[in-house]
Write a protein that binds this ligand. Structure first.
Ligand SMILES: Cc1cc2nc3c(=O)[nH]c(=O)nc-3n(C[C@H](O)[C@H](O)[C@H](O)COP(=O)(O)OP(=O)(O)OC[C@H]3O[C@@H](n4cnc5c(N)ncnc54)[C@H](O)[C@@H]3O)c2cc1C
Length: 410
């Protein structure tokens, strides 16, 4: 049976796992780490990815810069990236004077855009291909088996589902919210479900989206309209489980009518251009991102409600930070060990504060608008209007959403 050997095994080739591997290869000097990225789902060539995949992400400018440095951003076809310049956030049926709304404009921040809407499958295919051509790094199709790894003489021995074995001096869990690495290495942390599902689909609208991300806070959950480069919008509509099931069972026209009402008709009548898909929503934070020869990045370490479109952005910042610390170590220490606890702790310290603060803010926002009853929600809506009239606070919030507050260095 084949035996694979590497310095660093990255379990999970989602966006954070792939960006980590790419940066390790680019930044680790003349003798880069030997890295394997393992995933059960290999990505197709970028040109084979069908246009307008349902799963799209709002990518913050600070993360876009990291993806540019990795050579990924310019590989995205121009017509497939939807830059948005404005954001309008409001509370359901807020007062006509706009007391319950908040507006951001890139121009007020001296920026060209507030973020970009990108398809997950396309960006993943671009990164997968880049990683395959990066010195010292290879992609491997396969899944980690649910067999506890064995520690031996400065490395882990791991078992794959097809019987192959891998030895690695550092194992990185980039395997998502249900991380096998996290549970096998005993790094589980508190998690909770929201009893909600996020329904995603693409829609055409009566009025143009005007390069604006629209988000309405409703007492039963937030709904967002994210502007796509083809003129359509991607919806992320979070609702309680029973309501999600009922909405998913509706014929297309009835669903579109409900959605139009839920968005207060902000873009006029909406109509579906794709099927609908729902994702159950959960949050989690593991107290230890690192331990004996392991590290966690992305949803394996922390999961947030998608209402602020931050999840993958946090994961990509993790990837940039961990790659920077490991590469720095490789370049400056002659007999560098990728499992060095001091290096791993540096990464953990760098990322934990920002991830926890973001998780707490997003969870707090969710509870404020959804779980506290109409009176508190009205007060919160009024708060949106007050923030809108407080330029310093508003500017700080906008810069945070753009990722500028993060300290991750690539
Ligand atoms: C509806 C919705 C909308 C969202 N919108 C946004 C947004 O606009 N902006 C944003 O920043 N975030 C958004 N998110 C969050 C985002 O989806 C996640 O934060 C992100 O996908 C996490 O990436 P990840 O690679 O850590 O995990 P995943 O995307 O789950 O990837 C994990 C990878 O690991 C692989 N894997 C799993 N187990 C194994 C194993 N045993 N062996 C080998 N491989 C394995 C999987 O095949 C997969 O490729 C949204 C989430 C939802 C639900």
């Amino acid at each position: 049976m084949t035996h694979l050997d590497c310095d660093i095994l990255v379990v999970g080739g989602g966006l954070p796992g792939l960006l980590l591997a790419r940066q390790l290869g680019l930044k680790s000097g003349a003798k880069p780490w030997r890295v394997i990225v393992l995933d059960g789902l290999p990505a197709p060539k970028p040109e084979a990815v069908p246009p307008w995949g349902l799963r799209v992400f709002a990518i913050a400018p600070a993360v876009e810069a990291g993806l540019r440095a990795a050579g990924a951003w310019e590989q995205l076809p121009a017509g497939r990236v939807g830059y948005y310049r404005r954001m309008h956030v409001w509370q359901q049926a807020s007062t006509a004077d706009g007391a319950g709304s908040l507006d951001f404009d890139a121009a007020d921040l001296g920026a060209t855009h507030l973020g970009a809407i990108v398809e997950h499958d396309l960006l993943r295919a671009v990164l997968w291909e880049l990683v395959g051509g990066t010195p010292g790094v290879e992609t491997c199709t396969g899944e980690l088996a649910a067999v506890p790894p064995v520690a031996s003489d400065g490395h882990w021995l791991l078992q794959l589902a097809d019987g192959r074995r891998v030895t690695a001096r550092l194992v990185v869990g980039a395997d998502g919210g249900a991380s096998q690495v996290r549970s096998l290495l005993g790094a589980e942390g508190p998690g909770w479900t929201y009893g909600q599902q996020a329904i995603v689909a693409h829609v055409a609208s009566e009025r143009p989206h005007a390069a604006t991300a629209w988000q309405c806070f409703r007492t039963d959950g937030p709904v967002a309209l994210l502007p796509l480069a083809d003129g359509h919008s991607s919806i992320v509509w979070s609702v309680p489980d029973a309501r999600a099931d009922a909405l998913l069972a509706l014929p297309d026209e009835d669903f579109a009518a409900e959605l139009t009402a839920a968005t207060d008709g902000v873009l006029g009548a909406l109509s579906l251009t794709t099927p609908r898909r729902a994702f159950p929503l959960a949050a989690r934070h593991t107290p230890h991102y690192t331990g004996a020869r392991f590290a966690l990045v992305g949803d394996a370490a922390h999961q947030v409600h998608p209402l602020a479109g931050q999840g993958v952005n946090l994961g990509l910042h993790d990837a940039l930070a961990l790659a920077a610390r490991l590469a720095e170590h490789r370049v400056t220490v002659p007999q560098a060990d990728p499992g060095d606890r001091r290096v791993l702790r540096r990464y953990e310290r760098e990322r934990k504060g920002d991830n926890l603060a973001t998780l707490a803010t997003i969870d707090g926002l969710h509870r404020l608008f959804a779980a506290s009853g109409a009176t508190v929600a009205r007060a919160a809506g009024l708060g949106l209007g007050l923030v809108d009239r407080a330029p310093v606070l508003k500017r700080w919030l906008a810069r945070r959403a753009m990722g500028a507050a993060d300290r991750a260095r690539s």
